[in-house]
Design a protein. Structure first.
Ligand SMILES: Cc1cc2nc3c(=O)[nH]c(=O)nc-3n(C[C@H](O)[C@H](O)[C@H](O)COP(=O)(O)OP(=O)(O)OC[C@H]3O[C@@H](n4cnc5c(N)ncnc54)[C@H](O)[C@@H]3O)c2cc1C
Length: 232
């Protein structure tokens, strides 16, 4: 019996498990390890700040997606010993012939100078929606935001979804217009890229749309620090 162990059962790990299970015979044992029972549909987090989706719309039990013939282990990976081909978890050890690492990535706003104490907080002026908790906090902040300036800043490339910042600002334009306060809110899109998007044709089209909607685009901007007291 040969053994494949997959670390992480997000979209990547789960798809790997499903494809391998279809391709490989029963002489291959496939185990997938994750420390979270819930599968998070991350693209759905874009819609939470606008009240279109709730947290529940974006999560389902992971086991619903694990194909039969794949063992799901709920445990936290703490280390890998490649010499001995063993994965070490909090509750046990798992040996493998082949290892697939699909533990994803997580945003770290607290690594930006000035945001060291950042955490999801509906009352704060510094928000993101790249985690479930922060998308829910931003929903509460957006709901009561009626006047002022909203800056959408891409702190650094790469990030999880290239198109989602652009989607967010156009949805914010729609959301504030729907709430009757768009005229009282300036929207600025600040990016380290050379334009609104990374592809030239889409950038040209979407920049014209941003102009129509009075969304200011500031390209070639490298974020150095955030001053939360004075809000710049
Ligand atoms: C707001 C937003 C919008 C997006 N929109 C799109 C889109 O429109 N189109 C698109 O293609 N992509 C989009 N993406 C990106 C896409 O959702 C991600 O790329 C994808 O979900 C990543 O899947 P993954 O399996 O690599 O990682 P994840 O889904 O993060 O899975 C990693 C798994 O590893 C587990 N794990 C991590 N560490 C450990 C550990 N030590 N022990 C045990 N388990 C561990 C985690 O619990 C998790 O289940 C978007 C992302 C965001 C945030």
């Amino acid at each position: 019996m040969k053994k494949i162990v997959i670390l992480g059962s997000g979209a990547g790990g789960t798809m790997c498990a499903a494809k391998l299970r279809r391709e490989l015979g029963r002489d291959w044992e496939i185990t997938i390890i994750d420390n979270d029972e819930m599968h998070h549909y991350q693209p759905g987090w874009l819609f939470i700040p606008f009240g279109i989706y709730t947290a529940d719309d974006c999560q389902k039990p992971k086991r619903d997606f694990i194909p039969s013939g794949v063992e799901f282990v709920l445990d936290e990976v703490v280390g890998v010993n490649p010499d001995k081909r063993v994965v070490e978890c909090k509750k046990g050890k798992y040996d493998y012939d082949y290892l697939i690492v699909a533990t994803g990535c997580h945003p770290a706003p607290e690594e930006v100078d000035g945001l060291e104490n950042w955490k999801p907080d509906p009352k704060a002026n510094e928000q993101t929606f790249f985690t479930l908790e922060s998308a829910c906090a931003l929903y509460k902040r957006m709901k009561y935001f009626e006047k002022g300036k909203m800056i959408f800043n891409i702190a650094e490339m790469p990030h999880k979804c290239p198109v989602v910042p652009m989607e967010f600002i156009f949805m914010a334009d729609w959301f504030f217009a729907k709430n009757g306060c768009r005229d009282n809110i300036e929207i600025e899109f600040v990016t380290p890229n050379t334009g609104l998007f990374t592809k030239p044709i889409a950038t040209k089209v979407m920049t014209a749309t941003a102009e129509e909607k009075e969304i200011l685009v500031t390209p070639n901007f490298d974020l150095e620090t955030v001053n939360t007291e004075e809000k710049y």
